[in-house]
Design a protein around this ligand. Structure first.
Ligand code: NAI
Ligand code: COI
Ligand code: MG
Length: 354
């Protein structure tokens, strides 16, 4: 296809901290390779944001940067965050004031996290079975909204709160999205994960909403698990899951576990999706900045590459997304015993899609 016939996609790239820039470079490499003959041409604008940027400038996410990001078609994100023991960086500052602020401001209410055990990939489970499910994690509410505070801070009488925010609108739209996704999959099964036996107010809203939306999707089989029991089944019988819908905190935790049982966090992709299309969606690996391996070319870029594939699907380039997924599937199948750098893995996958 000629360059003129390609659709131009304005892509913001936020490499971030630690391994973020290393894995993002490989995702961009694969994106360029898979679209070199069309049907898309990505025009990249890189934004320096993250803990290192804050240390240099004191900026987390300036208003003008947020406005500029809104003008792109999509955002490719690496990872942000300082090393857990870093004393220069207030804990959570960049995660909250930059990453969560982006997800909230761009209304990324569907945090989509697929989990698939690819053929040839070793799972820590003795009998993993056929694992292929998606987690639809609510992305704009829950305990991550910063709705809390502390009284008598630093004293032995300190009281700290972190109140989970759940709105009827917010819960309904993500539950409905999960039902729709379940109805489009062969197994058509949706599991609500919460803890409504203890978190009775939020839990009741999620449960009532789930039951009411279920009436619109009679072909979808429904199921409920408390989050603690869900962690049992994720390790003893993960193939029982097809689609899971859950809140922001539970979704964060169970998707790291899901990544671990499907071959590791280096393979786990995600999309922060604005289903209404009012702002650009953002695609990023599930993992963080991994300061313990940063700068050593040890990070697995597959999660970032698969996140780029999710972005291709989101933008309507399904054939290109599937080529990337197939290249990843072949690559991971032949990995046993071979140690490659981050760039070598990216090169191999880029070559396979060219
Ligand atoms: N979306 C984001 O930007 C996220 C940022 N963070 C931040 O990242 C920093 C580090 O957080 P951690 O809790 O250590 O989680 P992490 O996900 O960065 O690392 C956990 C473990 O997984 C390994 N790992 C992560 N990605 C890998 C990859 N692609 N290939 C191979 N190994 C990989 C790391 O080396 C580490 O041993 C913190 O500042 C945290 O707040 C954490 C999670 C998500
Ligand atoms: C704000 C992030 C650090 C939360 C997280 O760990 C995630 O979204 O996976
Ligand atoms: Mg997480």
């Amino acid at each position: 296809m000629s360059e003129e016939a390609s659709k131009v996609i304005s892509l913001a790239v936020i490499p971030g901290d630690g391994i973020g820039p290393e894995v993002t470079a490989e995702a961009v490499k694969v994106l360029k390779a898979v679209t070199q003959d069309g049907p898309a041409r990505f025009e990249l604008t890189e934004y320096q944001l993250g803990a290192e940027h804050w240390l240099r400038t004191g900026e987390t996410l300036p208003d003008e940067t947020l406005e500029a990001l809104k003008g792109h078609d999509a955002i490719l994100f690496g990872a942000v965050g300082a090393a857990p023991g870093d004393t220069q960086m207030p804990s959570g500052l960049i995660e909250r004031e930059m990453l969560l602020k982006l997800r909230f401001s761009l209304d990324h209410f569907v945090n989509l996290r697929p989990s698939k055990l690819y053929p040839g990939v070793a799972s820590p489970l003795a009998n993993p079975g056929d694992i292929d499910f998606i987690v639809v994690r609510e992305g704009t509410e829950g305990p991550y909204v910063g709705n809390g505070g502390s009284l008598r801070t630093g004293t032995e009488h300190e009281i700290a709160t972190e109140v989970s925010l759940n709105t009827a609108h917010g819960v309904e739209r993500v539950v409905r999205d999960a039902f729709r996704r379940a109805s489009e999959r062969p197994r058509k099964k949706l599991t609500l994960v919460h803890k409504h036996n203890v978190l009775v107010y939020a839990g009741s809203l999620w449960k009532r909403t789930f039951e009411s939306v279920a009436a619109d999707f009679p072909d979808v089989e429904t199921d409920y698990l408390h989050v603690d029991a869900a962690t049992i089944f994720l390790t003893t019988n993960p193939s029982r899951f097809d689609v899971i819908v859950t809140d922001n905190l539970f979704g964060d935790i169970i998707t790291d576990l899901a990544a671990a049982v499907t071959g590791g966090i280096g393979l786990a992709a995600s999309g922060n999706i604005n289903m209404e299309g009012t702002f650009p969606s953002m695609f990023e690996p599930v993992h963080g900045s991994a300061p313990d391996i940063a700068g050593q070319q040890k990070a697995d870029p597959t999660a970032a590459i698969l996140s780029a594939a999710l972005m291709l699907h989101h933008l309507g380039f399904d054939a290109e997304a599937e080529r990337v997924e197939q290249a990843v599937e072949s690559d991971v199948a032949s990995r046993a015993g071979n140690t490659r750098t981050t760039a070598e893995i990216g090169d191999a996958i880029a070559a396979a899609v060219s």
